[in-house]
Write a protein that binds this ligand. Sequence first.
Ligand code: NAI
Length: 394
Amino acid sequence: MVIQPKIVKNVCLTAHPSGCAAGVMQQIRWVQAQPKVPMPKRVLVIGASHGYGLASRIAATFSGDANTIGVSYEREPSKKRTATPGWYNNRVFDQEARKAGYTSISIEGDAFSRETKEKTAAAVQEHLGAVDLVIYSLASPVRVDPDTGETYLSVIKPLKEPYTSLTVDVMTDAVSTVTIDPASEHEARSTVKVMGGEDWYLWIESLLKHGVLASGAKTVAFSYVGPELTYPIYRNGTIGMAKEDLERKAALINERVGSLTGEAYVSVNKALVTRASAVIPVVPLYISLLYRVMKDKGLHEGCIEQIYRLYADRLYTPGTSVPVDSEGRIRIDDYEMREDVQETVKQLWDKAAECSLSEIGDMEGYRTEYLQLHGFAQPGIDYGRESDPTAVDY
Ligand code: NAI
């Protein structure tokens, strides 16, 4: 079939196998050009097929020489329908890592389920013995509670009051005003159930129970803070509530892994174009302005640059302990949050309603990155030719 992007409400429903392969290869090549990071060699990434999780896996292997197990939730392809991009990414990563002599096991299943946790612990035991680093990088709209079978949905809404702001259609650049009603108490609690720290805690419990968390192991989950501009929809909204829960769970996990001298951290990362962030109202507009400012200042980073810096300059800098903020969190959003960056973003934001976004923002950059996440807009690929969606050929 001829595979083209099919985008509805900032969600891309198709993925191109060769283009996804090109995206994985670009990240591998970037990492290979950096100095090696002296990090441990057995890494588990939960949410490994895309965005920050995929970058965590690529950097661990190709800059840290680590063997990895990656867990993700993917839709398989058929002759008539493409897979999710992560399905292609997993296959390319496994192939490239194994070719380079590393162990690479991809487990596709629901990370929230007991079954996937058991299967993963067994795979760790069999292939790695134990793990020294566990990255928790899930972004999901839904979770089935493993104990009760109840389904929880996460929503991205403000709390208490409606929120009106500008937003942008990623494909057309059309800026419009959007009003989002506040979440009900049930919606807010459900979002915490899905995107909070409970499942991270259960993962660590499961690894401990099976004796596959190595002594001195570190575990890291990702959070976001961002500027006041996005507080009503992010930090002070349902998703922020979930992130606060995640940050509290880091303290609990720290106590739990203390006997192994293990450490749990939340890393606050930069806002980036990913499949998850594209569906948050307001955020794509903010990101397009942020990209423009950070590119102009030579500070722009994608997932792979962020994660490389997390490993090299925060988690595994020889002779130093992990630097954290006053709330115990690692900050790799430091460039995004620089005063001069935020000041300029704010000035542009104030102009966004009247000015064309192509003049003041980096919508082109946003769009290209978004398409590339799904294997489109990659140079050198003929998107008009027939491709087999069930195979990754590159
Ligand atoms: P993403 O959408 O690119 O990747 C999410 C990953 O989770 C994929 O590998 C997907 O397969 C996996 N996943 C989803 N549901 C699953 C399930 N039930 N079982 C197994 N795997 C499942 O997401 P992104 O943006 O990389 O987000 C990862 C984390 O980073 C999230 O916690 C997010 O809040 C955080 N973060 C994201 C930022 C951004 O701007 N994108 C900024 C700061 C933090």
